[in-house]
Design a protein around this ligand. Structure first.
Ligand code: GLN
Length: 312
């Protein structure tokens, strides 16, 4: 379908869509609960799109780097499932939406496991299952997997954001200690939480997350190299969880307005995939009250309408 569409035409659509929505940043706020995340320009916006034939479209500040934050959650989930198998992972983490904020502790008490892997509790449990000889080896497996999906060996950790999260991450620590008490996770909690902070502090740009999403859109096969990176079944499970839980307690609204599997992060990124068609990466660091990029959601909504992208 995209072959018929002129590259210039699609780039123009991206440009117009960004222009129409860039002012929405005024209604949002930077993620000030992680102090280092407030040192960015709230007006910066960008978008990259990669189709499943490997063609690339982009506009705005698509090369600007930001920390991946929760966009990392579906990625480590895939690695954890490949490491441990589907049943072992979902024995410890559920697959149901919470309707609560991403860092909520409320639904953890009184339940056998965190509701889903897209909220912090579930994601920390998932990170605790990543295999490796030691903590360094585990992190190098995570960043290696992200680099492969992004087709970018240059992905690195943002030390300042990592230290800022480490210093202020007591909610995440609490979730992790509680889960160990409940025998959901085992091991050294400080090491597990540290690995989670690091995975969230990896720097990417719009093109990196668009490339990652293109692998998902292509059912786990890299559209360019044709290498199968993720088994089809695992890609399907993760795409489903992104659709139902990826935008936290805004997932239902996002499904109506945009209709795509997507994952947001408080660094301002949203990764979205259009089955068999596109991987999309959007950036805009001003967030709504649920922690999703305001401009990112508006841009995806307009793009979904213009290009008829909704899966519903
Ligand atoms: N590192 C962030 C946290 O744990 C990730 C949250 C997010 O992106 N929604 O709070």
């Amino acid at each position: 379908m995209e072959d018929a569409r002129d590259k210039k035409e699609l780039n123009q659509i991206l440009k117009d869509t960004l222009k129409n929505n860039q002012d929405h940043y005024k209604k949002g706020e930077l993620a000030n609960y992680i102090p280092a995340l407030t040192k960015v320009d709230p007006k910066a916006v960008g978008i990259s799109m990669v189709d499943t034939k490997g063609k690339f479209y982009a506009t705005g500040e698509y090369k600007k780097r930001f920390t991946i934050q929760s966009v990392s959650k579906p990625l480590t989930l895939m690695l954890a499932i490949m490491d441990n198998g589907i049943d072992s992972v979902f024995d410890k983490v559920g697959v149901e939406p919470t309707g609560d904020p991403f860092n909520s502790i409320i639904k953890l008490t009184g339940f056998a496991k965190p509701y889903n892997p897209m909220i912090n509790a579930g994601a920390i449990a998932v990170t605790s299952m990543i295999k490796g000889n030691d903590k360094e080896d585990k992190f190098s497996r995570i960043i290696g997997f992200f680099r492969k999906l992004a087709k970018n060996d240059g992905l690195e950790l943002n030390q300042e954001v990592y230290f800022s999260e480490k210093e202020t991450g007591d909610r995440n620590r609490s979730l992790a200690y509680y889960m160990r008490d409940q025998e959901i996770i085992t091991g050294n909690i400080e090491e597990i939480v540290d690995l989670y902070f690091k995975q969230c502090s990896i720097e990417v740009n719009c093109t990196d997350i668009a490339n990652m999403a293109a692998v998902l859109a292509n059912q786990g096969v890299d559209p360019v190299t044709k290498e199968r990176i993720i088994p089809r079944k695992i890609a399907r499970i993760v795409r489903t969880l992104m659709t139902t839980c990826g935008m936290y307690d805004k997932s239902g609204n996002f499904a109506i307005e945009v209709g795509l599997a997507a994952k947001s992060g408080v660094g301002g990124g949203i990764m979205a995939e259009v089955p068999e068609r596109f991987g999309i990466g959007v950036y805009g660091p001003a967030l709504d009250d649920k922690g999703n990029s305001i401009v990112g959601m508006k841009v995806l909504k307009e793009l979904s309408q213009k290009l008829n992208l909704s899966i519903f």
